[in-house]
Design a protein around this ligand. Structure first.
Ligand code: ADE
Ligand code: ZN
Length: 333
């Protein structure tokens, strides 16, 4: 089934096999002695316990070619899962703070996205995320480094440790980014309270909320999100791995859909959370008993919620309509 992926951290697609290959290529030593040992270490108690391991894994990414290989590996997997368009997060500060130039990071990723368009027929946009556990001043320096590459960047986002780092902390840097013509999104309501979702909307003026599952705790907020058609980019397998929900059966994806929210399904950090986007569709459908119509709604929402032009959205929605009308369609994720 054709779909867009709107919540995907490129650093979160680093599979242990590639981690080892890059470590060997770059002479970096890893605190694991096998691919299996890495996978065994991926047991998390919350967001922070994941982030500690995720940032440590990035130490193998040093050269432009490493960023190219990482991004290309994701695109080939995504193509095999029906992804036609991806809006991809990257965390420049995770690399620049280790001495890797911004140019190295963005050039490697951008080159792979161009090849993805030419060779895999996947369109893509890049979303520069600020790390919210760092200062607004550090975010501003990162934005300044990014502006020479303005044409390669679609939007800014906000990720990393949520609780204790409300969106309002980044008010000024988001205003600068919007002045430069960048769109805005932010992680909010993953572990943090509904107030963070309000703040992302009112202070950062975001166009989408990443995660947002805790919005359901605030009736007025749900009404606003429905009324303004603000998308939530939900990541079911991530939420279970990071213990936002105890299991997929108790995830609120179906409730969010039933409330009329513009929900999408995404993979977040698939190398760490046990599945790419079609795996998230399949596992959610099985655990929550989603109907064929609900799965189609999720696929349609992924294009509607994207930053594609209306004409591009229409072309994808038409393709989806054609495919879903085929009587032979049995598996749709
Ligand atoms: N960085 C990578 N994945 C993240 C997530 N799920 N939440 C916040 N920051 C992240
Ligand atoms: Zn995320």
């Amino acid at each position: 089934m054709p779909k867009a992926e709107l919540h995907l951290h490129v650093e979160g697609t680093l599979e242990p096999e590639l981690m080892f290959e890059l470590a060997r290529r770059n002479g970096v030593s890893l605190p694991y002695d096998s691919v299996e040992a890495v996978r065994r270490a991926y047991v998390f108690s919350n967001l922070q316990s994941f982030l500690d391991i995720y940032y440590a894994g990035c130490c193998v990414l040093l050269k432009e070619q490493d960023f190219y290989d990482l991004t290309w590996a994701y695109l080939t997997r995504a193509a095999a899962q029906g992804v036609r368009h991806a809006e991809i997060f990257f965390d420049p500060q995770t690399h620049t703070d280790r001495g890797v130039p911004f140019e190295t990071v963005v050039t490697g990723i951008h080159r792979a996205l161009e090849d993805g368009r030419a060779r895999l027929n996947i369109t893509a946009g890049l979303i520069l995320c600020f790390l919210r556990h760092l200062s607004e001043e550090a975010a501003r320096r990162t934005l300044d480094e990014a502006l020479p590459y303005r044409d390669w960047i679609l939007a800014v986002g906000l990720d990393s440790s949520e609780v204790g780092h409300p969106p309002g902390k980044f008010k000024n840097v988001y205003a600068r980014a919007r002045d430069a013509g960048l769109l805005a999104v932010a992680h909010a309501g993953e572990e943090g309270p509904p107030e963070y979702v309000w703040e992302a909307l009112d202070v950062l003026k975001v166009r989408r909320i990443d995660h947002g599952v805790r919005a359901i705790e605030d009736e007025r907020l749900v009404e606003r999100l429905v009324q303004e058609r603000i998308p939530l980019t939900v990541c079911p397998l991530s939420n279970v791995k990071l213990r936002v929900f105890p299991n997929l059966e108790s995830h609120n994806l179906k409730q969010l859909l039933d409330r009329g929210l513009l929900v999408t399904v995404n993979s977040d950090d698939p190398a760490y959370f046990g599945g790419y986007v079609a795996d998230n569709f399949g596992a959610s459908a099985a655990a929550l008993g989603l109907s064929r119509e609900q799965l189609l709604t999720l696929a349609r929402n992924s294009f509607v919620a994207s930053f594609l032009s209306d004409q591009q959205k229409r072309a994808h929605l038409d393709e989806l309509a054609r495919i879903s009308a085929q009587p032979s369609l049995k598996t749709i994720s």
